[in-house]
Design a protein around this ligand. Structure first.
Ligand SMILES: [Zn+2]
Ligand SMILES: [Zn+2]
Length: 363
């Protein structure tokens, strides 16, 4: 709500003529309580969530060959009812979890100083603040996502989001209710550190949601490469495909978190090698080497990575069988005793169980 009776009073208060945008804002918000303006967020959330994934859905249903070349996992095709079910589930969680959270967070929004009045922020202020919000959310979100991939975090919370091994736009906010709450923290942190105007605050959540829908869309369109450091759909798709065992690609928007902490090694190797004509065995060994450098014994994680090549089970086992001697030899620790993927030594039984799991010992 604005503390001016009319436009003239507002101009007198600011000591200048209002800009066109400010006049629109005055006419729209002058008689609305701040709580009502704050509550717009849930309307925007539902509106943009319903609207932005629609073009991706139409593309998916069209099965157009021209567009299919941009699909990251072309073998997976979703039906309308598949996507609609996801939409329904997410809308339910918006109304049950996000709506009440929005209402309850109103005093906090007031406390941190999100302003609703005049003047409106300049374009530079708006862009700068949005940039900081993206960076803060990306960095903190990276660590929260890594935590969600611990055994406890994954089994109790994050497995719901990973139900989609080939994600779709509608699945961007598809998650356990507690994950929605937890990920709210990095999203609110930017505005809490550098509070701005409520328009900036609205825009932040709208853009962040649009970005999440794009990275989950399953389509990597060429224009996304013009956004600096943008992770894009392929980057996050890899994370979903690998699934539970994934130790790669935790960043949500950009890629610097994974680059800084080395959690994109498997993915980068995959990108390099998948662009070359290279035999399956060499491919696996290379990936294994990358992963081993990061996680010690690479057997367990290697499996999760080479599954992402979408090889048939037979081909996978065939390749794994050919490399069995190599894996068996390197799975031993330096003192000559057998070791297993979890780092224990001297437990051949456990090692065999794990290598059986990876398919390496099935030949
Ligand atoms: Zn994940
Ligand atoms: Zn995801």
């Amino acid at each position: 709500m604005l503390p001016y009776l009319n436009l003239q009073a507002a101009e007198a208060g600011l000591g200048r003529e209002l800009s066109f945008a400010e006049k629109i804002w005055f006419n729209y918000s002058a008689n609305k309580h701040d709580f009502v303006l704050h509550s717009h967020n849930i309307i925007f959330l539902c509106f943009f969530y319903s609207l932005v994934p629609l073009p991706y859905m139409l593309v998916e249903l069209s099965r157009s060959k021209k567009i299919m070349k941009y699909k990251v996992q072309p073998k997976v095709q979703r039906s309308f009812w598949d996507m609609f079910k996801c939409y329904k589930d997410v809308m339910k969680s918006f109304l049950i979890v996000v709506g009440p959270l929005q209402i309850l967070s109103y005093p906090t929004i007031n406390l941190i100083g999100i302003r609703t009045g005049l003047p409106l922020p300049s374009l530079w202020e708006l862009l700068l603040q949005l940039g900081v919000y993206f960076l803060v959310e990306d960095y903190v979100g990276y660590w929260v996502h890594r935590w969600l991939h611990t055994k406890w975090g994954y089994e109790n919370i994050h497995h719901v989001h990973h139900e989609y091994r080939a994600p779709i736009g509608f699945a961007a906010p598809y998650a356990h209710w507690s994950e929605i709450l937890i990920l709210g923290f990095p999203a609110f942190l930017g505005p809490a550190l550098i509070p701005g105007h409520i328009i900036t605050y609205w825009l932040w959540f709208i853009l962040r949601q649009m970005e999440a829908i794009d990275t989950h869309s399953g389509y990597e369109f060429p224009w996304t490469k013009y956004i600096p450091f943008y992770a894009g759909a392929k980057f996050h798709d890899y994370h979903h495909y690998v699934g539970r065992q994934s130790h790669s690609n935790f960043s949500s928007v950009f890629t610097y978190g994974d680059y800084l902490y080395g959690t994109d090694k498997g993915y980068r190797c995959y990108m390099v090698l998948s662009n070359k004509k290279i035999s399956g065995g060499v491919l696996l060994r290379k990936i294994w080497e990358w992963e081993k450098g990061l996680y010690g014994d690479g057997n367990w994680n290697m499996f999760s990575v080479y599954r992402s090549f979408d090889l048939s089970e037979n081909r996978l086992l065939n390749i794994a069988g050919r490399w069995r001697p190599f894996f068996t030899q390197t799975a031993r620790s330096t003192d000559g005793k057998p070791s297993c993927a979890n780092g224990d030594t001297g437990n051949m039984k456990e090692h065999c169980r794990l290598t059986t799991f990876t398919g390496v010992d099935r030949f």
